[in-house]
Every structure is written in structure tokens, then in C-alpha cells.
Write a protein that binds this ligand. Sequence first.
Ligand code: ZN
Length: 174
Amino acid sequence: MTIKPLIILPDPVLRQLSQQVETVDADIRRLADDMLETMYDAPGIGLAAIQIGVPRQMLVIDVSKEGEDKQPLVFINPKILTTSDELSVYEEGCLSIPDYYAEVERPATITVEYIDLEGKKLTAKADGLLATCLQHEIDHLNGVLFIDHISKLKREMVIRKFTKAAKTRGAKAI
Ligand code: ZN
């Protein structure tokens, strides 16, 4: 397992569309291991493959509480089938937008169809933090970031801040 470098805003890679996984093979299982390792190291509760620069429809999640056993979940080609009318609000963050948090409103309950690491097609119902996390990560597969769900003014402020920080990083590297 390898900890991979995270892609950070405003890197255009984050806006790429991820492609479906055709076959769940050893490479895909290795990618899942690397994604989990990278997520736990960050630490974070969710990670999409595109956040380590791999444009495949894959995400990993662990919403277990501190002190509980780890509950790593891997979703391949996840697709939202239904969303509840009821909404819930969570303060979200993103490993690709470090140290920025904002409240986002999303459907409280969803059902998703996905493939697991054995290549089996499954359907799951999710609510609470898992529902929010799944929607956040599935957004990544479509090049959508949680800041796209906040006001334009706030979004532009965040993008400006991260663009400036990226330039500073670049200057230091030279
Ligand atoms: Zn994210």
C-alpha cells in the first residue's frame, strides 16, 4: 500500500470526469488499498480516485467514529438511484480543499448501486453522515466539488485563496 499525493484545488484534474471501471482486477484492488491508505493518513472520511489523479469511478469511505473499529467501504461505479425529499445539513470539508469547511444541504437519505471489490453488483441505502459523504464523493467522479454547492461569492473567495497559495508553492519550488 502506498500513500499517494493529493490533488489540491485549483488543479484542473479535479474537474475531470472519471471513467467506469470495466473489470475489478488486481490493479483495481491495489488502487483501493492505496486510496484507503491515503485517506487514513490524511486523515479523512472519504476519498475519490480522482483526488490522487486517477480518473476512475471509485471511492473509499470510512465514517466510523473515533475509538471504533475501522469500517473501510469501497464503492466502484457508484450510481445514485433515489434521493429523499428530506434534506440534511452537514459541515463539509474536502482533502483537496484543506482547512476549508462550509455547510452543505443534501438529500438526507439515498440509495446507491455499486460494485464491490469482488465484482458483485450491490444496492445500499444510506442516511446520516454516510449519505452526505457518498454524495460528496460521487460528485468528485463528475468533476463537482462541495464548494459548487455554496454561494458563488464564497466559492470565488475560496478559489482565489487556493490559486494564490498554489502560486506561492510554485514560486518556492523554483
Ligand atoms: Zn472531497
